[in-house]
Design a protein around this ligand. Sequence first.
Ligand code: G6P
Length: 549
Amino acid sequence: MTDLTAMPQWQHLEALASSIRDQHMRDWFTQDEDRAARMQVESCGLYLDFSKNRVTDEVMQALFSLADAQGLNEKRQRMFSGEAINTTENRAVLHTALRNFSDTPVLVAGKDVMPEVRATLKKMESFTQAVHGGEHKGYTGKPIKHVVSIGIGGSFLGPKIMTEALSPYRSDAVRIHFVANVDGCHIHDVLNGLDHAETLVVMSSKSFTTQETLQNTESAKAWFLQQGGTQQDVAKHFVAVSSNVDAAVEFGIAKENIFPMWDWVGGRYSLWSAIGLPIALALGFANFKQLLEGAHHMDKHFATAPNDRNLPVILAMLGVWYRNFFDAQSHVLLPYYHYLRGLPAYVQQLDMESNGKMVTQQGERVSYPTGPVIWGSEGTNGQHSFHQLIHQGHGIIPADFILPLNVPNQDDTHHAMLASNCFGQSQALMQGKTYDECLADLANKELQEDERARLAEHKTMPGNKPSNTILFDSLTPHTLGALIAMYEHKVFVQGVVWQLNSFDQWGVELGKALGNQVLAGIQGDVDEAKFDTSTQQLIARFKHANAPE
Ligand SMILES: O=P(O)(O)OC[C@H]1O[C@H](O)[C@H](O)[C@@H](O)[C@@H]1O
């Protein structure tokens, strides 16, 4: 494989980066009245203004050439058609099949997966309707009023964050609660006060081997039995979602209560599968289906739109530009919508678990930076804390501002303030405030000249800080589906450019394995001498603090 950094497309980008490094976006906007009108795209209900980026038309074309040279078209086609592009686990990558509402079959090793996908959706629909309609009753005959969703990682973030984002669509039929952490405080707080006879537990684990989820489900089961349920009643109150059906049955979940998924669905891409059951239970199946349809819409856009009109491709290549040619270490997501406050955490797993890698598909060490740190939180809160660093800190942190143009049940003044803060921040980041402007502001102050100069230096904002602004009419399930799929495909495109396998997660696997070994150490099942001395002393302290009196 050619070294990425030796490719002519890469070197051309390096030259372009040097040539524009000292230019300011502020001047570009003044000199080019059409800039904003040219650098905008709209599709699937999402509008993107990417004009506040440190790019010229020539840079964008050069970025697209790099994507093409890296085989984006062919690799995208291979993903959609079910080839085993996850080459370290020899798996297809088909979250797109889970939301495929076309008639096109999707083959994995020669077998069409669509009939199974449709059958599982049907099962989810019937189950959701039975719970909401009161036909699925608890063991005492009471209807289900509370759903406790247990899972972690992709089996938690998608259901939790999508449900939260679509709060205005929540069904009154049930209340949903999420438990992820193995920290007992979490499950204790959630179960405390619930009536076991009207509670349904949805246990979600693709692998059915995840320690946290197994333990939390055991604790929920113990609580259920302690409250008066019997082993026989468990079937009415516990269902599971897993690709490991045998392990789920062995664990004690009735076979008919298991919603299948498949190894070609990655954990962080799984909300579209039966892992989304808690979303359907919280919002109703019709809304869950709308979410899938929005994502399908984005899939079609991603597969067919030319690069310069293609939302995921544009976002991905801007990210490559800053990561590789401007040394940006991180990327910040700023949703200006309280219900979408979980988006940074969602994209954190999606992006960092996918592209936080240093070895190419061919097993060679990369010689260039790959996935950035993803972080962020809701606006306007961040403006009163970490935005300081984005405005005046060292280096650049590209930002995505995300705002619904309409919000349900809200005061117009609040929303106008929210929007003006959002637009005002991206404007401030772009234009900054010059030393001379700051000096002029201090002109009337009774200060010595050198003091005035010193203060002006502190107040100067360099500007030239890049951002995208993503707007949509209101956050419907359809729009949210499109938004999430857009970020999924952005991550895919970057993985293609960086030559990574975006679909495995060996780093996480090691942590899981070592965690289990340490547990065996704490429980006295293995010789502690096998651990390093630091780990030994930590275990010893823990044991001492927990020793029986
Ligand atoms: O669904 P499970 O098999 O329980 O896995 C839950 C999570 O486990 C790991 O930490 C993986 O890195 C995640 O991608 C996955 O979502």
